[in-house]
Design a protein around this ligand. Sequence first.
Ligand code: GAR
Length: 215
Amino acid sequence: MIRAVVLISGRGSNLAALLAASLPVEFAAVISNRPQAEGLEHARRRGIPAIALDHRNYAERTAFDAELMRHIDAYRPDVVVLAGYMRILTEGFVAHYADRLVNIHPSLLPAFPGLDTHRRALAEGVKIHGCTVHFVTDRVDHGPIIAQAAVPVLSDDTEATLAQRVLAQEHRLYPMALRWLAEGRIEIVDGVARVSGEASQALLVPVSGPHGTPA
Ligand code: GAR
């Protein structure tokens, strides 16, 4: 068992997928920078400490991150899991959790870092899109890639249908990646994350149902 603290900012559907996955992970606490985040309920329902730390009460980003670190470290986590945590992290925060800080991002990185990934993917006309689980470095949405899931972009996609198709894969991908981490099977060599015993670190979703969802 490894101990994890999860950081969220909103809905928390990735958190819910992680909690439901029966992973060899003790979820020690869930912390949100937004007090109203729906995702905190997923933690409360399971009796996991759910902490709201409102970033608006801190004038400086460094002061907020210092307080956040204090809360996180009280739970002595082996890994800090960003699940829809929508704040830019300070260098000090990233350095403090080096090699034990992971994130999920709704694009096939290094394409489309930042916000509005689905809208930008449609605007660029890419035909394959997806999501990435990666270790966090101090460049936004960057770092050794642990796993990726790819979905087709369909000709009648809207931002909403594409987001939905990607999100369904996020809910498969993050538990898979966190399990690898918990099993101690991930090694970073020359900036590349490899998983021992896995021939592939990819999930590929073929076109099948009317909206590319498996029929
Ligand atoms: C997810 O799509 C996640 O990939 C994205 O926010 C959403 C959170 O949804 N994260 C980022 O964009 C981080 N750069 P959730 O709260 O339902 O898990």
